[in-house]
Design a binder for this molecule. Sequence first.
Ligand SMILES: CC(C)(COP(=O)(O)OP(=O)(O)OC[C@H]1O[C@@H](n2cnc3c(N)ncnc32)[C@H](O)[C@@H]1OP(=O)(O)O)[C@@H](O)C(=O)NCCC(=O)NCCS
Length: 154
Amino acid sequence: MTHYRLDIAKLGDLDALASVALESGEASWHADTFYPSCRGDSNEIAFVQREQDHIVGYAVMAKEYDVGALYSLAVLPAHRGHGLARSLLGEGLNWLKSRGLTRCLLEVRVTNVPAIALYESIGFARDGIRKNYYPTPGAPRADALLMSLEMNKL
Ligand SMILES: CC(C)(COP(=O)(O)OP(=O)(O)OC[C@H]1O[C@@H](n2cnc3c(N)ncnc32)[C@H](O)[C@@H]1OP(=O)(O)O)[C@@H](O)C(=O)NCCC(=O)NCCS
């Protein structure tokens, strides 16, 4: 049986995080993009799922003044469907609540059915579409769905 451990990412995890992002299609996330969430002294944090010593999923959360945000979420394909993303996001939302925030925002490709299903199952609402938001190599830019969660209504 596989045992996963939820943890907080450190600077030594930057390359492992970048490789999970690359394998998961989170194309704009590189080691330097993860840096603010791993240095431990900012308004950003990365929660990770580890299987033994290997990172198999992450959620990057941020406090932007009075509102929270999910910046990036990914689980390696071989480890999907085990509730890892749900627990990463749950931990991230608790982190925002512990900082006094009651609202969390995110954007997601309109075609990303699994992620949208996860967000709606938690209670995120659809707020609107941002046209041509995501650069898509060799294809037209993709639209983003904007979503928000009012945590005090949960
Ligand atoms: C989206 C993603 C993070 C989900 O990770 P996961 O660990 O497999 O998700 P979980 O097992 O925690 O599933 C949680 C919920 O998500 C939804 N979900 C997950 N996979 C799904 C799928 N293939 N089809 C439909 N819904 C799905 C379901 O609502 C599920 O709840 P349930 O198991 O009670 O039905 C993962 O597919 C991924 O990394 N995708 C690529 C990167 C990405 O799209 N990130 C989000 C960018 S905004």
